[in-house]
Design a protein around this ligand. Structure first.
Ligand SMILES: Cc1cc2nc3c(=O)[nH]c(=O)nc-3n(C[C@H](O)[C@H](O)[C@H](O)COP(=O)(O)O)c2cc1C
Length: 372
């Protein structure tokens, strides 16, 4: 990757309505647990600003908690409610804008991924569509209709606050087996009411959230929806087994108001279904006509494994970059999110643009301890 022509696709501007990005790079949402008592301080602003100063087009923040006692599954994850946390987020937005970047919060509820006794508000029960945990056991009551309506409002409130304090878009975390995704997956969702049933019926909770968010933010504020096939407890899980199923899953989400799909995969170069090279983001774009963000091991050939460290020695930070440029150039997807490479190299985008690939670092698990 040293001829400037070959990296051109990554550096083309992107525009969707009022959202104008200087290039196609997105920082993937990555939980940091560096916000004591849920309040992000100046170090969080520094962390994001460093990436923006190094040309990242759009920051998607670490997952931030909507206002619900059982939303978080770890300590020191930032809140997205309460005056103190929101004032700090407003400052972070301002710093990102001053550095010339754009930023969207990823709004999150962990649902049954939270082990009640270990985490904040241990007296509050973990919640999920059917109260089924990651071991497949029913450990709490299924959510009532009233509780579901209340949760929908809380997502909408978070989105309204995002707009109010100056964010450029909002990302709804519908991936990886957390609350929204638990409604999608029949292993978690055994409901017999209107929130359960076939794949399309299981989109209802997400649909209500997206509609409520749209109503809260108005027509021009971009809604990004992150989804995945894989779950925290099952990397091989397939929500949609073929393009037809994927289409039936995504269509209600589009109709509800999604502007951009963020298809979370662990390796962006892997085809999603047999018979085509398209990856999951490529299929999402083809089936819905909406712009798509892809992700997965950009600048790495390490897998995202449970211990986040498949290999360090064999790792090659420039692996698959040609493939990435080809996919961007062909319009298979529009934007590419970069996770771990941006942890180990805050200046990853600058290094790529300047052809300094020899200076790229190798991501290791040690990088996760400081996350600066
Ligand atoms: C430390 C860490 C924290 C993460 N936290 C989140 C998160 O809060 N929300 C989310 O949707 N994905 C999260 N992910 C997944 C990343 O957004 C991304 O999809 C994944 O790391 C693959 O991209 P990469 O191979 O470029 O790292 C996390 C990944 C890592 C490594």
């Amino acid at each position: 990757m040293n001829s400037s022509k070959s990296i051109e696709p990554l550096f083309k501007p992107f525009k969707l309505g009022n959202l104008k990005l200087k290039n196609r790079t997105v920082m993937a949402p990555m939980t940091r647990c560096f916000s004591p008592n849920g309040i992000p301080r100046a170090d969080v602003a520094d962390y994001y600003r460093r990436r923006v100063e190094n040309e990242v087009g759009l920051i998607i923040t670490e997952g931030v908690l909507i206002e619900h006692p059982a939303a978080g599954a770890e300590h020191d994850v930032p809140h997205f409610y309460g005056e103190e946390a929101l004032n700090e987020w407003a400052r972070i937005v301002q710093e990102v804008h001053e550095a010339g970047g754009k930023i969207a919060p990823q709004i999150w509820h962990t649902g049954m991924a939270r082990q009640k006794e270990k985490f904040p508000n241990s007296d509050a029960n973990s919640i999920g569509p059917s109260g089924i945990d990651f071991n497949g056991e029913q450990v709490s009551e299924p959510l009532s209709g009233e509780e579901i309506h209340d949760l929908v409002k809380r997502y909408a409130q978070a989105a309204a606050d995002a707009k109010k304090i100056g964010f450029d878009a909002v990302e709804i975390h519908g991936a990886h087996g957390y609350l929204i995704d638990q409604f999608f997956a029949d292993s978690f969702n055994k409901r017999k009411d209107e929130y359960g049933g076939d794949l399309v019926q299981r989109t209802r909770f997400a649909v209500e959230i997206i509609k409520a968010v749209r109503e809260a933010v108005g027509p021009d504020f971009p809604i990004i929806f992150r989804f995945s096939q894989w779950k925290l407890n099952d990397y091989n899980f397939k929500l949609a087994k073929n393009p037809e199923e994927l289409k039936s899953f995504l269509t209600p989400l589009v109709e509800a108001g999604v502007d951009i799909f963020h298809a979370s995969t662990r390796r962006f170069w892997e085809p999603e279904f047999e018979g085509s090279d398209l990856n999951l983001a490529g299929w999402a774009k083809k089936l819905t006509g909406k712009p798509a963000i892809s992700v997965g091991s950009v600048g790495l050939n390490a897998q995202l494994t449970r211990d986040l460290q498949q290999t360090t020695k064999e790792n090659n930070p420039t692996a698959y970059l040609d493939e990435l440029m080809h996919k961007l150039d062909s319009g298979e997807f529009d934007l590419i999110a970069i996770g771990r490479a941006l942890i180990s190299d805050p200046d990853w985008v600058t290094k790529i643009r300047e052809g300094k690939t020899k200076e790229l670092s190798t991501f290791t698990k040690e990088d996760l301890k400081t996350l600066v």
